[in-house]
Design a protein. Structure first.
Length: 325
């Protein structure tokens, strides 16, 4: 399979089955979620991508080979592989429960070949067992949309009135968790996206409207899932004094200059980077209790380009998932 970016084959390869090294497992991929970060990889918007890579970091599959020194997984285990693929375990970030910031961290579908493939190799310590009750395709979006969404929600603190900008795969999960926690959800979509706004209301948003305008009342926090810099000042204007604006994406277009007045009164802008394994364990335990229901649109592996195009155009309802094999 070859994915093309700007006319160049950026992502490729159908090779012999990879052999897991020490500490690694090989996974027969059954489903892999499609994330905006995959688009950033394919578009070359992330730094240091010096080689062709297989994207995909919401990998669901079955362990079919185990390398030396693996004791926590066995052949036949169903696992999920998230974005965080390896950390050094030694730096001060790793030693202070901030492995998401490890400067030597390696990421699935970026520095490590990911799940837009029939097989993938992963470090066993970074694979998650998956909750029952989710099919492989429905579990896939939990692994990034769910995990990073959950971390972003945590960064929003105790906010009761929560704004979500961009109602795609992550927001559709976060809205359910937020409602479960007793929060009120306000959803912002591209102007005129009636279908997206209706989708948000169906998942518990009490209001849904255009991202260019304000919510009917001031918010306590807002999470930006859409990678559009102009939403930062828009969200700052939508939050009350002391409010937090959380930027959840890995890449965003430039943020336009804005008057200090809209940041003043102790408003905070912060970003969320990656995930820790603890985020994953917490969220995957919480998801079935909510219960989070993921809405997916499935594509065959050979339809990866179509899935990415649909994501780019905002024409996916919920999460796009490649179903393999
Ligand atoms: Zn992702
Ligand atoms: Zn480290």
């Amino acid at each position: 399979m070859v994915l093309e970016a700007a006319g160049q084959p950026l992502v490729a390869r159908s090779l012999a089955l990879p052999v897991p090294g020490p500490g690694q497992v090989r996974i027969r991929v059954s489903a892999c979620g499609v994330c905006r970060t995959d688009l950033h990889v394919v578009d070359g918007e992330l730094p240091d991508l010096g080689r062709p890579v297989v994207p995909g970091h919401q990998v669901v599959g079955t362990v079919d080979a185990v390398g030396p020194d693996v004791d926590r997984l066995r052949p036949g285990d169903r696992v999920g592989v998230p974005w965080l693929g390896w950390t050094c375990g030694e730096c001060r970030f790793c030693r202070s429960e901030r492995e998401n910031l490890c400067p030597r961290a390696r990421f699935t579908g970026y520095q490590i070949d990911g799940g837009f493939a029939q097989a993938a190799v992963a470090d066993a310590r970074f694979c998650f067992p998956l909750p029952g009750g989710y099919s492989d395709a429905h579990a896939a979006p939990l692994l990034c949309a769910g995990l990073i969404g959950y971390r972003s929600l945590r960064m929003a603190g105790e906010a009761e009135r929560l704004g979500l900008y961009g109602f795609g795969a992550a927001a559709h999960i976060v809205a359910q968790v937020a409602r479960h926690q007793g929060r009120r959800v306000f959803a912002f979509t591209r102007p005129g996206d009636d279908e997206g706004q209706e989708f948000a209301r169906s998942l518990g948003a009490e209001w849904a409207g255009d991202s260019t305008g304000p919510a009917p009342e001031l918010l306590e926090a807002a999470i930006l899932f859409a990678p559009a810099g102009p939403l930062v000042p828009a969200a700052l204007r939508a939050v009350e004094p002391g409010g937090v604006v959380v930027c959840a994406g890995i890449h965003m277009s430039d943020i336009p200059a804005f008057p200090y007045r809209i940041l003043w009164e102790e408003r905070v802008v912060r970003s969320v980077a990656n995930l820790t394994r603890r985020d994953g364990e917490e969220f995957l335990a919480l998801a079935p209790r909510v219960p989070v229901r993921t809405e997916v649109e499935t594509f065959p592996l050979a339809g990866a380009n179509e899935a990415l195009a649909r994501l780019r155009e905002g024409r996916l309802r919920g999460a796009g998932v490649l179903v393999v094999g």
